[in-house]
Write a protein that binds this ligand. Structure first.
Ligand code: DQA
Length: 164
C-alpha cells in the first residue's frame, strides 16, 4: 500500500480562526478528516502532522525516506524562507506536492517566491482545502503510474525477444 506523508507548517493549526477572509473557516482537523476519507477511497495510507518548528519539519522530511513514497506539504510561511526544507525534500528525493490554501502569487510580493517549488512535483495554490485533496489524487496517480512502469507486464520480455 502506498504511504504518503502530509505535513502542515506553522500557524496552520490556527485554521478556522486565523484570517478567515484569506484562509476560510474550515479547521485543520476538518481538512485532515477529508484527506483521510479520500485516502481510504484511494486505498492509500496517510500520516498527517503539523508543526510550527522548521527543524521538526526537516526531521520528518528526512525520516520519510524510509516507509513513505510521497509527500504533500503546505510549508506555510517557511515556503518563502526555508532553504532547509527545500534541501531536505531534495535529499530524500520523494515526489512532493506543495499546497497553499491561498493563491500566493496574488498576495504580497514576499509570498510570490517559493523555495520548495523548484524541488516539487507540482504546486497547488489558491483552491482552499480542496488543494490537499487534489494533491492526494495527483500524487496517487503519479505514484501508481511509476509503479506500473517499474513492473513490466509478464509477457513483455517474451514479446521483446520474439520481435528480434
Ligand atoms: C499559506 C500561504 C503562506 O504565504 C502563509 O505564510 C501561510 C499559509 C497558504 O496555505 O495559503 O501560512 O501557505
Amino acid at each position: 500500500m502506498l504511504r504518503i506523508l502530509v505535513l502542515h507548517g506553522p500557524n496552520l493549526n490556527l485554521l478556522g480562526t486565523r484570517e478567515q477572509s484569506i484562509y476560510g473557516s474550515q479547521s485543520l482537523d476538518s481538512i485532515d478528516s477529508a484527506v483521510i476519507k479520500l485516502a481510504q477511497d484511494l486505498a492509500v495510507e496517510v500520516d498527517i502532522r503539523q508543526s510550527n518548528s522548521e527543524g521538526e519539519l526537516v526531521n520528518w522530511i528526512q525520516a520519510s525516506g524510509t516507509g513513505y513514497q510521497g509527500i504533500i506539504i503546505n510549508p506555510a510561511a517557511y515556503t518563502h524562507t526555508s532553504i532547509a526544507i527545500r534541501d531536505a525534500i531534495a535529499a530524500v528525493g520523494l515526489p512532493t506536492v506543495e499546497v497553499h490554501l491561498s493563491n500566493i502569487h496574488q498576495r504580497e510580493p514576499f509570498r510570490h517566491h517559493s523555495h520548495v517549488a523548484g524541488v516539487a512535483l507540482g504546486q497547488i495554490s489558491g483552491l482552499g482545502p480542496a488543494g490537499y485533496l487534489l494533491a492526494l489524487r495527483g500524487l496517487h496517480d503519479h505514484l501508481s503510474a511509476q509503479r506500473k512502469l517499474k513492473k513490466p507486464s509478464p509477457g513483455s520480455r517474451r514479446q521483446k525477444s520474439a520481435s528480434r
